[in-house]
Design a protein around this ligand. Structure first.
Ligand code: EPU
Length: 330
């Protein structure tokens, strides 16, 4: 029995039968050759996007492949190869320290580099797919395969690595390209407004502003268990949006390239009156309604009960189904 309490930011107190970590591709291949990777298994990253609903009757795998290595560099850009086990925000900090542009809006996102490429993490107008060039994997037959970014099938919070048939493609390294030429993505929310408090626009200042915005809205998992946004923002047709705007003229939305629109689920949940409300030991965060929190001692089923109630309210009020972004592990 192995406690998963330190391995899920929701702070759900469950156990796994077995737990294995590896620090290199060679070690992973050796584990496979020895038959140590038995089914069922679940490969986790930082555990910041998981909801365990009960004890896991199987093997939990975790990569501790470290390292940030420059593989190519010219005057305009730098290519780096980063171990799947590197803490995502350590990598962002490294980029900012080295004057590499592109990752700063993704500051302070919890989790690890390997999972960032599975989940296509995103925030403040940037998605990690914008920076990735390729993803290196090893599968359960110990075969190595490098996926170019185009082969990864990236869309909003999704990739081919989330498909059940790719469950055994373990990400070992992620390759990124960052810019050495100054550029920023500043048009989301209050970024520009916050930047006015600083005398100059620099990479460390943008990181600081992003961290400030996140800290003002998102709960620290060390203080209160949570997995960031619990739901995805639903994507609907323009017609659906226009119909809703008749009743809710101030409804926020983002236009997508394909003519559809993304509606912030947090806004809808807030409108339903759920912000700051609790159902037993689970609650809707009081500063960002898209986040569900563990008030202490919650079980997976408590979080699901709240999630179901929130989804039912949103469906009833707006006629839209919202879906969890967090992975439920049964
Ligand atoms: N809003 C409300 N009330 C709330 C929450 C939001 O009215 O309680 C409104 C805001 O005022 C704003 C809009 O909804 O008009 C969007 O809110 P916000 O900018 O906070 O972003 P979000 O859509 O709720 C997404 C990501 C976050 C990411 C932020 C910033 C998803 C599922 N979530 O949230 O990602 O940090 O944008 O880019 O796409 C995560 O994935 O875990 C995560 C935190």
């Amino acid at each position: 029995m192995y406690s998963l309490l330190p391995y899920n930011t929701f702070g759900i107190d469950v156990n796994a039968d077995r737990f294995l970590e590896y620090t290199s591709v060679e070690e992973l291949k050796k584990l496979i050759a020895q038959g140590a990777i038995t089914t069922p298994f679940l490969h986790i990253g930082g555990g910041s996007n998981l909801l365990f609903t009960k004890d896991y009757d199987g093997l939990i795998l975790h990569s501790r492949i470290e390292g940030i290595e420059v593989t190519e560099e010219d005057a305009r850009s730098v290519s780096v190869r980063v171990g799947a086990g590197v803490v995502w925000d350590d990598f962002v900090a490294y980029c900012v320290e080295h004057g590499w542009y592109g990752a700063e809006n993704l500051s302070l996102i919890p989790g690890e580099v390997g999972a960032s490429a599975v989940q296509n993490i995103g925030a403040y107008g940037v998605e990690v797919k914008d920076l990735i060039t390729a993803v290196e994997t090893v599968n359960i037959q110990a075969e190595e395969r490098v996926y170019s970014v185009d082969e990864c099938g990236y869309t909003y919070r999704d990739s081919i690595f989330k498909r059940p048939e790719n469950k055994s493609a373990f990400v070992t390294y992620v390759r990124f390209r960052l810019s050495k030429e100054e550029y920023y993505t500043l048009d989301y929310g209050t970024i520009r407004q916050e930047l006015e408090k600083y005398p100059a626009l620099t990479l460390p200042v943008v990181r600081k502003v992003i961290i400030g915005i996140r800290e003002s809205k998102l709960p620290d998992p060390k203080v209160m268990g949570n997995a960031g946004s619990f739901f995805m923002n639903p994507i609907v047709s323009k017609e659906k949006l226009e119909a809703l705007q008749q009743e809710y003229p101030h409804m926020p939305y983002y236009e997508l390239a394909n003519g559809r629109v993304k509606i912030p689920a947090g806004w809808m949940i807030d409108q339903c009156g759920w912000k700051g409300k609790a159902l037993g030991p689970a609650a809707v965060h009081d500063k960002q309604a898209l986040v569900l929190v563990n008030r202490g001692g919650a079980k997976g089923s408590d979080i699901i009960a709240l999630s179901d109630a929130v989804r039912a309210s949103v469906r009833e009020k707006f006629g839209i189904d919202i879906h969890p972004e967090v992975n439920f592990i049964n």
